[in-house]
Design a protein around this ligand. Structure first.
Ligand SMILES: *Cc1c(COP(=O)(O)O)cnc(C)c1O
Length: 468
């Protein structure tokens, strides 16, 4: 029988344990390691106090190892790349748009030394950080002026607060959307200091509803792109051009929250049609707001574009300072916008567009290659087949449109949900975690966004042990 420790004072002293951990102390600091030792000793003390016996043999080794694991875990960077095989190209939880290499290079370039972020090199004096993107946005959209903030939610907040603080904003009941839980149109309007005036009904809102809502307290007319849902059937909404006219007749700015603004005609890439930022401005919007990391394919940011005098007002709002972009995001955005100056290359140069337009035959061939590698590795308990599937754009963009795709369908030979959940958990535990989805009784990997195929295949060998 092993000897058992049943008395607290038989536990090793902190210093004794620390003596075994000299290298770790050197690497991670005395305080961090001491804290970890104390935490492990407390676990043992609690368990002895609770009446359990602790084996004395190799107790010191046990504590030393537990401390090493604890420090390892606490020093691990939890923020890491994953394979997005969910079929949702712009997945908010997985970081939305994948950035092009040129944008990443630009981030490094301007961050590892000083830069002319807010400095005019010609005049030798202070300038505006927006100057780096404003001309580009105007060139690509036809807008007179533009500015940029942290995300589209911030763009909407800032625009409303600047133009309609303490004033009324009529919005169609059909457009009071919620985007991803924390962004709800009514709450943003209220947070911006505005008074929401709901007009029309969920399915039908007419021009006369807007017209009769306008009074001396009305500040703007607002249209919200209902990006993430569609109402079908007996529906009616007011066209942008009609609202623009009504706004002009009443001397009010007409603002559109476009959600996912796209700068190029998606139809020419075989994707569902959506008006471009330029087209929406032509329809008569005075200001539009849209995200940088949705269809635009750039870093997280929110762009406001439109009439110069309104943009100037927005730039002077003290909130702009709180919502401004940092230099790294700005550097990435500039590079992404520069890619749009060469639209013939965009499909290759912009990962979001490359993913959205990848030919299904190419994805199918890839699925066959990977299935041939994966199937034998897991054949004891799982069946792997290639399958057609459908991808979606994601981030509330073109919600009812699907894109034909191809992938792998994995089923447990025992047909149980538990096997699927286990497979899914093991895929998430790989060095570069793989995120798929469980879809009609199978674990599905949509390969549309898999561009690092050899890296993906290289870690599959680890499945054998992980699944056993
Ligand atoms: C996505 C979206 C937002 C929020 O944009 P973020 O860039 O995620 O802050 C706001 N309005 C609409 C209509 C959207 O689609």
């Amino acid at each position: 029988m092993n000897k058992q420790i049943s008395r607290l004072r038989d536990l090793p002293a902190v210093d004794l344990v620390l003596r075994e951990l000299e290298q770790l102390v050197e690497a991670c600091g005395h305080e961090r390691v001491t804290d970890a030792v104390r935490a492990e000793l407390k676990i043992l003390r609690d368990s002895i106090s609770a009446g359990s016996n602790v084996e004395e043999e190799s107790l010191l080794d046990h504590i030393v190892n537990a401390v090493k694991v604890r420090i390892d875990m606490s020093m691990k960077n939890s923020f890491m790349p994953v394979f997005n095989l969910t079929g949702t190209v712009l997945h908010t939880n997985l970081g939305r748009a994948v950035l092009p290499k040129s944008a990443l290079d630009a981030v490094v370039r301007v961050s590892q030394s000083a830069s002319n972020l807010e400095y005019d090199l010609e005049q030798g004096k202070r300038s505006d950080r927006d100057s780096h993107i404003e001309k580009l946005i105007c060139e690509l959209s036809g807008a007179e002026a533009a500015t940029v903030v942290n995300n589209n939610a911030a763009a909407v907040l800032l625009t409303l607060n600047t133009l309609a603080n303490q004033k009324e904003v009529p919005v169609s009941r059909g457009e009071l959307v919620e985007i991803g839980g924390s962004f709800r149109m009514p709450e943003i309007i209220t947070s911006a200091g505005c008074v929401l005036k709901e007009i029309g009904t969920t399915n039908r809102t007419h021009l006369k509803d807007y017209a009769s809502a306008i009074n001396e307290n009305t500040a703007i007319l607002l249209k919200v792109h209902t990006s993430n849902y569609r109402i079908e059937g007996f529906v009616s909404e007011v066209q942008e051009s009609e609202l623009a006219q009504l706004a002009e007749d009443n001397n009010l700015p007409f603002v559109i929250d476009l959600g996912s603004g796209n700068l190029v005609d998606l139809k020419s890439y075989g994707l569902p049609d959506e008006p471009t930022v330029g087209q929406v401005l032509e329809m008569g919007a005075d200001l539009i707001t849209f995200s940088g990391d949705k269809l635009l394919g750039g870093p997280q940011c929110g762009i406001i574009a439109g009439r110069k005098e309104l943009i100037e007002k927005i730039k002077q709002n003290p909130l702009k300072r709180a919502l401004r972009l940092d230099k790294m995001t700005l550097a990435a955005l500039v590079e992404v916008l520069r890619l749009y100056q060469n639209p013939g290359q965009l499909q290759e140069s912009l990962p979001t567009l490359a993913h959205l337009t990848r030919p299904v035959e190419q994805i199918q061939t890839q699925a066959e290659r990977i299935a041939a590698k994966l199937a034998p590795l897991v054949s004891q308990d799982y069946q792997v087949t290639t399958t057609e599937c459908t991808s979606q754009v994601g981030s509330g963009t073109l919600p009812t449109e699907t894109i034909p795709s191809y992938g792998l369908s994995i089923n447990g030979k025992d047909n149980s949900d538990q096997s699927l959940r286990k497979f899914s958990a093991v895929m998430r535990s790989l060095p570069t975690p793989v995120i798929g989805r469980i879809h009609s009784g199978s674990y599905l990997l949509d390969l549309r966004c898999l561009d690092k195929e050899s890296e993906f295949i290289a870690q599959l060998d680890l499945l054998v042990e992980a699944l056993s």
